[in-house]
Design a protein around this ligand. Structure first.
Ligand code: 5GP
Length: 112
């Protein structure tokens, strides 16, 4: 089942896009949890890492490199940033389209 992120990919709803290529999209989180909070997603609909398969090995590798590329574009790579991906309910996943949060722009607190 498609999510709100599919509507963002298809430009059916607006988002502040910071990076896009054929396979990936990065956009600002609507409820930022840090001064800089960007989500990086593949255009392919995969629910989360638990839903990924061997067929997704290349895509997942590229997704991580895209996260690093976006962090450089945002200019946060040298000071540092945190990458988070939530998987299912105990982690608080709310949108079931795999996404990596980039959190940056300030000293981040200790993780739970
Ligand atoms: P999750 O909780 O699934 O790890 O993260 C989903 C994230 O998507 C949340 O941080 C939430 O603020 C963000 N989000 C949910 N709906 C929208 C939306 O319509 N636009 C944008 N830009 N972010 C959204």
């Amino acid at each position: 089942m498609s999510t709100i992120f599919k509507k963002i990919i298809d430009k059916e709803i607006p988002a502040k896009i910071v990076y896009e290529d054929d396979e990936f999209l990065a956009f600002e989180d609507i409820y930022p949890a840090a001064k800089i909070h960007v989500l990086v997603i593949p255009k392919k609909e995969i629910k989360n890492l638990d839903d990924a398969t061997e067929d997704d090995v290349m895509l997942l590798g590229k997704l991580q490199l895209t996260v690093a590329k976006v962090a450089r574009l945002l200019g946060v790579n040298e000071n540092g940033y945190r990458v988070v991906t939530n998987i299912n309910s105990d982690a608080g996943q709310t949108v079931y389209h795999i996404h990596y949060h980039i959190l940056a722009g300030e000293k981040l607190g200790v993780m739970a």
